[in-house]
Design a protein around this ligand. Sequence first.
Ligand code: SAH
Ligand code: SF4
Length: 364
Amino acid sequence: MAVNLLDFDADGLTAWFAEQGEKPFRAKQVLRWMHRSGVADFDAMTDIAKSLREKLKARAVVAPPAVVSDKLSDDGTRKFLIDVGNGNAVETVLIPEDDRGTLCISTQAGCALDCAFCSTGKQGFNRNLTVSEIIGQLWQANNALGVVHGDERVISNVVMMGMGEPLANYDNTVAALRLMLEDHAYGLSRRRVTVSTSGLVPVIDRLREDCPVALAVSLHAPNDRLRDELVPINQKYPLKELMAACQRYLEKAPRDFITFEYTMMAGVNDSEAHAREVLALVRDVPCKFNLIPFNPFPGSPFRRSPAEQVRRFADILIQAGIVTTKRKTRGDDIDAACGQLAGQVQDKTRRTAGRMIPLTEVRS
Ligand code: SAH
Ligand code: SF4
C-alpha cells in the first residue's frame, strides 16, 4: 500500500526519503509543498525533478482526511466534520477573532475517559487518530480558507481541545505538534499551540521532555472527592500529583503558566467556597483560569451556572491576582461549543451501547 506522506513529521519524512535513496533536502522540499503550500498532487511540485515525482507517485500519496461537511455559525465560527473512515467522523472548529484565528482540533474518535459532563466522553471510544488525520485538520482548514502559502498566518493558534484526550494518543499527537512548530511546515510558535489534558500525569512529564508546548489542564473541581466524580481519571492521578506535574512542566518553560480550564456547572462546582478552595489548590502553580460555561447536550444532567455566579467565582480568583477569563460561548447554534463536539463515533468498547447520539440529532 502507498505510504501517506502526511503521516510523517520532518524527521520521519527525511528517514523515509533516505530509504528511497533520496537526499534530505528533497524531503524538505516536499514537506514545504505539502504543508506550506497545501499541495497534494506530486505533479504540482514544480521544483522536484520529473523522475523523482514519478517515483513518489508510484510509492506514496498525500492524503488528507475528507471534509464531510462545513458549517458556518452566525458568529463566524466554522465547523468541519472530518471523515476518519469506518463510519467515524470527528470535528474541527475554526474560531475567528479580530487579530487571529484559532483552530480547535480533535485527536481521537471518541474518548475513553468518560468525564461526566462531556458529550465526546459519553459516546465511548473508537480509536486514535493517525498523524495525517490530526495534521490533516489544519491542512483542510487552511485549504478551506484559501491559504495557499504558509506565510499567511490566518490560523495563528491551534488548540487540541476537540474530541479525544491528546495525551492518550501520545506519539501521533507529538508528531502532529512537531509539524505545527516546524519552520518548513506551519511554523507556529510553541506558545500558540496548546495541548489540553484531563490530567494524565506521567504523560505530562513526557510532553515536557519531548515537546513543551502551552499546556491547558481540565481542572473542573478543587478537591478529589468532587473531581473523582466529574473527571474519573482523577481516581488514578489525584490533584496533589497533578499539581506537582504542573509545577514540573513549568520548570522547562519558566516564563510560562498553566491554563486551568474550569467548566461551570450550576450547584456542582461553582460556589464561592469552591473558588477559595481552588485558590489554595493552585497556590504554588503559576497559572491562568479559563471559566467555560457548561454546554448542554442531549441527556446531560447538568445546568449552566448563572452569569452572576460565574462573575462571583471569577472575582475571587481575580482578587487573588489570577488572570481569569470567561470563555464566550461561540458556535453553539451549530453545536460547535466546547464539549458539544460529537462527530460520529462507533463505540468499540460498547461501554455506551444505546447511549450514542444519532448523527441526525447532533447535526439538526
Ligand atoms: N480531552 C481533553 C481535551 C478536549 S475537551 C481535556 O479533557 O482537556 C476541551 C475542554 O472542554 C476540556 O476542558 C473539557 O473538560 C471541556 N468540556 C467538555 N465537555 C464540556 C461541556 N459540556 N461544556 C463545557 N466544557 C466542556
Ligand atoms: Fe475525554 Fe476530555 Fe471529554 Fe474528558 S473532557 S471525556 S478527557 S474529551
